[in-house]
Design a binder for this molecule. Structure first.
Ligand SMILES: [Zn+2]
Length: 108
């Protein structure tokens, strides 16, 4: 039947969705903390070299988190969901994040 999925599929969607939420939250937290780190660096006046190293280090951490988010795989086709952040649909099969979330909430 179209529209119906097995409990195994439901479990896969649920796992995928939790994984996505964890990655997305991490990126949001890193982004917000970057503002905080920037503020602290400006306030502490450690010297240009240290300021610069801290900011570059933090950008590297943020980019790593962002990269990890883009590595999230589509639960339907198993390919990388999108090659950039905040894309709503899978670039390979067109599955939307809303559908993943809806299926993850369904009881199996
Ligand atoms: Zn897909």
């Amino acid at each position: 039947m179209p529209g119906e999925i097995s409990s195994q599929d439901a479990q896969r969607y649920r796992t995928a969705w939790h994984s996505y939420v964890a990655r997305r939250n991490l990126v949001v937290v890193l982004f917000l903390s970057f503002v905080f780190v920037g503020f602290m660096v400006a306030k502490l006046r450690l010297g240009e070299l240290k300021d610069f190293s801290i900011l570059v280090g933090w950008i590297a951490v943020y980019l790593t988190g962002a990269w990890w988010l883009t590595e999230w795989r589509c639960p339907r086709c198993g390919k990388i969901f999108a090659n950039r952040l905040w894309t709503q649909r899978c670039i390979s099969c067109g599955l939307s994040k809303d559908e993943v979330a809806a299926r993850a909430r369904m009881k199996s």
